[in-house]
Ligand binder design. Structure first.
Ligand code: HEM
Length: 218
């Protein structure tokens, strides 16, 4: 069971499952923003339609390309495709982070200061991780490149996958959490996602021996 969980292919499937809803939501917004069919809940974001559209489009690319970039077989067999998709992933991550920062500046926030500050910090962290990941790739330092790209992916997806936590909480309580407790859970989940990324980078101890993960992922 543990072996199944840590082997790269199930890990990629797990990522696809975990990110399916935010990726679909981003895809839907990509169509809705230019056509003006944005649902009432999100209408307030339409004060910055360009930032919102760029954010959704870049989030869609980032969410789709991220898991694919981690598939070892694709990297080994289609190196040129990995490099091309990698460039698109980096561009998408940069645009997503910058447009996320623009949304923070342009749209009146309905979150607490805690979440707004976290969003600003993680966007900046995402930009730094992508730049360091590209620098490591150019220096042919594969271990550092892999580590920074996993960090970037975890930082980018941490906020988008919050539904995985909010939905069970809603089912348990019969009502959504709101205000500071909601934003506290949001930021805590983001940190857990980043910690999970660090765990993958370090080879998923204590299971790495059994799953021969190091060999599988390089
Ligand atoms: C560093 C990572 C990210 C940051 C800092 C960020 C930031 C933001 C901010 C500030 C908003 C406006 C929220 C509001 O005021 O209600 C937003 C909305 C949105 N984000 Fe992100 N985001 C990130 C990652 C992502 C990812 C990975 C995706 C998609 C896979 C995504 C898709 C969206 C979508 C679709 C909306 C619009 C939501 C709606 O219409 O209600 N974001 N994001």
């Amino acid at each position: 069971m543990i072996r199944l969980f840590v082997r790269p292919m199930p890990l990629v499937l797990l990522l696809v499952f975990a990110t399916f809803i935010p990726v679909m939501m981003a895809a839907v917004r990509v169509v809705q923003v230019p056509t003006g069919w944005v649902p009432e809940d999100s209408l307030r974001l339409m004060v910055a339609p360009l930032s919102l559209w760029l954010h959704a489009f870049a989030g869609l690319l980032f969410g789709v390309l991220g898991p694919l970039q981690f598939v070892r077989a694709l990297r080994a067999r289609f190196g040129a495709l990995h490099r091309l998709a990698g460039r698109a992933f980096v561009m998408a991550g940069l645009v997503m982070a910058l447009s996320g920062l623009m949304l923070l500046l342009q749209v009146e926030s309905i979150a607490t200061r805690l979440l707004d500050v976290a969003r600003a910090l993680f966007s900046t962290g995402l930009i730094v991780a992508l730049v360091l990941g590209v620098r490591a790739a150019m220096a042919r330092d594969r271990a550092a490149h892999r580590a920074w790209m996993i960090r970037a992916y975890a930082m980018g997806m941490g906020g988008a996958t919050i539904g995985l936590v909010f939905f069970p909480i809603y089912l348990l309580r019969g009502a959504p959490i709101t205000g500071l407790s909601s934003d506290f859970v949001f930021v805590a989940w983001w940190l857990v996602t980043i910690a999970l990324g660090e765990w993958v980078i370090s080879g998923c101890p204590p299971f790495e021996g059994r799953a021969r993960l190091k060999g599988d992922q390089q």
